[in-house]
Write a protein that binds this ligand. Structure first.
Ligand code: MN
Length: 197
């Protein structure tokens, strides 16, 4: 099975100034594309050759196959929720859940950004919901690790921010907090809601 690179839902120039066309060019056309090319090469003649991307992630152990497959999935998930004309608020049920946990949408963003600044190295910051309780939480995963890597895991990802330096360094240099503030301006809650339901 060929692992495809999904097309972007937006014009690469359209997220500026939050995310520049140059960043999208490097991030999507170079980094994301490279992960897709790598995984397609790595699975040839292996037990993973005919599996879906999700199955490859769940059945591979730590190493290049897992890393590249998980990076493809994480980037698909990240780019899918970006939009130049985003829905800037979640709908009632999701909003109620956020308010119940964090008090307000703004306070949720503050806590999310705090989490996204707290780690050392390269990682992803996620809003997740528990499959059983529907409770929301914010988590970090290092390198390529993804909430979907363990099928037993009850964490369902709803949104992700890429906090690898390549996601923001061209536009923001070392000012990661500014990238995180502007990330919310292009995050489409419509997509997050769809994942929540
Ligand atoms: Mn990235």
């Amino acid at each position: 099975m060929i692992i495809e690179l999904p097309k972007l839902n937006f014009d690469p120039k359209s997220l500026a100034p939050a995310i520049s066309a140059e960043t999208i060019d490097y991030h999507y056309n170079k980094h994301h594309t490279m992960y897709v090319e790598n995984i397609n090469k790595l699975i040839v003649w292996t037990e993973f050759e005919n599996l879906s991307l999700e199955e490859i992630i769940q059945k591979s152990s730590a190493g290049p196959i897992f890393n590249n497959a998980a990076q493809v999935w994480n980037h698909n998930f990240y780019f899918e929720a970006l939009s130049p004309k985003p829905e800037i608020m979640p709908n009632l049920i999701l909003l109620e859940n956020i308010i119940e946990k964090w008090g307000s949408l703004d306070n949720f963003k503050v806590e999310f950004n705090k989490m996204a600044i707290s780690n050392f190295g390269s990682w992803w910051t996620w809003l997740i919901k528990d499959k059983n309780s529907w409770k929301l939480d914010i988590i970090n995963t290092s390198n390529a690790i993804t909430p979907i890597s363990n099928p037993e895991n009850s964490q369902i990802p709803l949104l992700v921010c890429d906090v690898w330096e390549h996601a923001y360094y061209i536009d923001y240099r070392n000012k990661r907090a500014k990238y995180l503030d502007n990330f919310w301006k292009v995050l489409d809650w419509k997509i997050v809601e769809r994942r929540f339901k």
